[in-house]
Design a protein around this ligand. Structure first.
Ligand code: ADP
Ligand code: ZN
Length: 667
């Protein structure tokens, strides 16, 4: 049926499809159906907005009836650069371009009205609010960064918290936006973007655009189309999370990756399972845009890239306000317990310190990386531990809700003191979470004003803001919280940070556990001592001799010995790691799939395979889990990746009800 003059479009659909799908371009749409154009098509009886990836004069071997493109969207086409970036993401992170497109667009495409053209701004509207004058140390760092950019290299700004990194980013970014260039300022989490928003707005005014998943689809769409339709020559800065890498940038002249070490840059679910930091480096290359990474605690990956000469390392060692590093005390809870110097969860030393700090009108942060009242409950008569019915994890006790809850799925049941196994009233709490710490500290210090900051108490944005505002205003003496409190916050009255049961952050089954623990300690210590007094950190642990604490108290060099260890034992960043996860609700099919995977992987010469093994939590939401770790050479591994992907696809098709997921550079 194809006549000589027909034009066919191969399109990318927002689906996990490997092959391209072709459509006939009707004559009246030929002018507008260019490469990159967004078009409406029907696929498998559903309408989609697809992207034209290629135009051809034939439809290949396809013999069936070819459908027509229904219409072309009235928006600028996807650029060649964007298509290249999508393709890179798909190749590197082992997924399909359709999955990348889905991540990039579905949220932004859902809209009810046509995009509004942005009103052209007049240069009189350019903001006149001033940036701070950089200090000599900041200015020197800025010059080193610019020198690195001139050499075509990304720069890593390693500067302690409060050294004024943000002000350097702003200075460099402002110069670019003033000249009509575009800047992407990436942060790992919404909470951080909220904190930075005001500062950026003060500097960039209307030229600031925010973009993250916390915004309504309409607001996101509006930001997306502003970026898409702002005329050349008008500068702006986008403050966003990792998903902002997929915005339709033209004339991108700088990418800033703040808190580059943060594991939240990695998307684990769904595909593309990409790392925002690493993908930003590639996006920078595609746009020939310089990339600036910043952190108080750089990742091993980035330090490795500095040592190999790929990035330049720029250090900024002094705090802008001149505060000193906090004093570190490690408290051995086993020894204190023997000496009868523990009062429940707290050592005498810590309680005395809390009292003296709050007595002076200063503030305390108590960190514990477990929310809930207790991570599990157990019957003291028969030993029974209530588990989730769908996941292989104990249920956590949430006292204020009177419930036992699973942190992996939505399962929850009322808490009873009677054991469901032996019917004796023996159920008791084991271990302590933030909720218990909050309760106990209130009991011991009834006059202190105590609040809790974790996923539970900050479910509403308003509540989150209220707690932070009250703590900043000195209306809360003691704040108990999880990881969420370790990031970014600048509290002037805070002079003591305490970690309770700090060893739980070391017990993780993870080669990055030490790096993470060290980063967390540094992040927490960065929160103290912003005011006049020298800050203090008290670490309560049953593993007082652990080398992470030693490295933390004595300087980071000790930690970087671990980089040599990773090289010796073949861990990232020295190898490319792929985590292959196999899931199935059916145990037999799971082990069958694992055996076949094992055999298939064994044939890939350059791959070093560990597994199959059951992860710490080996059943989630009713599915059993087995994993493989696959180590590949850092470079030249494309063929091996391809074979792994093919193997996984084949097994998924042949053994039904099995899911195989490849996670490249897992966190
Ligand atoms: P970092 O990003 O390294 O943690 P910030 O940029 O947030 O540090 O700076 C810490 C504090 O010092 C902030 O309150 C900031 O406003 C202030 N500050 C930094 N640089 C300057 C400067 N050049 N002039 C005045 N204040 C500054
Ligand atoms: Zn569960």
């Amino acid at each position: 049926m194809s006549s000589q003059n027909n034009i066919y479009a191969q399109v990318i659909l927002p689906l996990k499809l490997k092959m391209g799908i072709s459509y006939l371009v009707p004559l009246q749409l030929e002018k507008r159906a260019v490469k990159g154009a967004k078009v409406r098509v029907i696929f498998a009886r559903r309408e989609y907005i697809a992207v034209i990836s290629e135009l051809t004069d034939n439809c290949g071997d396809y013999k069936g009836r070819i459908s027509e493109i229904l219409s072309v969207e009235d928006v600028p086409p996807i650029s060649e650069k964007e298509l290249r970036f999508w393709q890179w993401c798909a190749d590197y992170y082992m997924c399909t371009v359709g999955e990348v497109y889905r991540a990039a667009f579905t949220s932004a495409m859902r809209r009810d009205s046509a995009p509004k053209r942005v009103r052209k701004q007049k240069p009189s509207e350019v903001d006149s609010r001033e940036l701070y004058q950089l200090s000599p140390a900041q200015e020197q760092a800025r010059e080193e960064i610019m020198k690195s950019f001139a050499q075509g290299k990304p720069a890593l700004l390693a500067g302690v918290t409060g050294s004024g990194k943000t002000e350097i980013y702003l200075k460099i970014a402002k110069e670019i936006t003033d000249k009509g260039g575009r800047v992407l300022y990436m942060v790992p989490e919404i909470a951080l973007s909220r904190q930075l928003n005001d500062r950026l707005e003060a500097v960039f005014g209307e030229r600031l655009l925010s973009y993250h998943s916390g915004m309504t689809p309409a607001a996101r769409y509006s930001a997306y189309s502003k970026i898409d339709s702002t005329p050349d020559g008008e500068g702006f800065i986008v403050l966003g999370l990792r998903s902002s890498l997929f915005l339709p940038f033209r004339n991108l002249e700088l990418i800033i990756i703040d808190e580059e070490h943060d594991s939240s840059y990695k998307q684990t679910e769904p595909a593309p399972r990409y790392n925002g930091r690493d993908s930003a480096i590639v996006l920078g290359q595609i746009h020939s845009a310089p990339v600036l990474l910043g952190s108080a605690t750089p990742s091993f990956e980035s330090l490795y890239n500095c040592s190999s000469g790929r990035y330049s390392l720029v250090r900024l060692d002094e705090k802008f306000h001149g505060a000193t590093e906090p004093e570190v005390t490690v408290i051995d809870t086993i020894r204190e317990s023997k000496a009868k110097r523990m009062n429940g969860l707290f050592s005498q030393t810590l309680l005395e310190e809390i009292e003296s700090v709050t007595g002076r009108g200063e503030q305390v942060l108590i960190f514990r990386n477990r929310r809930s009242y207790s991570p599990l409950v157990q019957c003291s008569v028969c030993g029974h531990i209530p588990m989730c019915s769908h996941c292989n994890v104990p249920l956590s006790y949430h006292k204020n809700r009177g419930e036992l809850c699973c942190h992996y799925c939505d399962y929850h049941i009322p808490r009873s003191s009677v054991c469901p196994e032996c019917s004796e009233p023996g159920m008791t709490e084991k271990g302590s979470g933030t909720e218990m710490i909050e309760e106990k500290i209130r009991e011991i210090l009834p006059n202190a004003r105590v609040a809790r900051f974790d996923a539970e108490t900050t479910q509403s944005k308003a509540e989150e803001k209220r707690i932070l505002r009250e703590f900043a205003a000195g209306k809360i003496d003691i704040l108990v919280g999880t990881q969420m409190i370790s990031k970014g916050f600048d509290f002037k009255g805070l002079s003591l940070v305490a970690l309770i049961q700090a060893d739980s952050m070391l017990a993780m089954d993870d080669f990055r556990a030490n790096e993470r623990a060290f980063q967390l300690l540094r992040q927490l210590s960065g929160r103290t001592g912003r005011g006049a007094a020298r800050g203090k950190i008290i670490i309560q642990t049953s593993l007082a001799a652990h080398n992470v604490y030693e490295a933390f108290s004595s300087g980071e060099e000790r930690l970087y010995e671990q980089l040599a260890e990773r090289q010796e034992f073949g861990y990232p960043p020295f190898v490319r790691l792929i985590k292959l996860t196999i899931r199935s609700a059916d145990r037999n099919r799971l082990s069958d799939a694992a055996a076949r995977t094992s055999m298939g992987l064994g044939k890939i010469k350059s791959a070093e395979i560990t597994g199959p093994f059951a992860p710490v939590v080996d059943k989630v939401r009713g599915e059993y889990i087995l994993q493989f770790w696959i180590k590949l050479p850092r470079a030249g591994n494309a063929a091996a990746k391809e074979r792994i992907a093919e193997l996984a696809e084949k097994i998924e098709i042949e053994i039904r009800s099995v899911t195989i997921v490849a996670d490249v550079d897992p966190q």
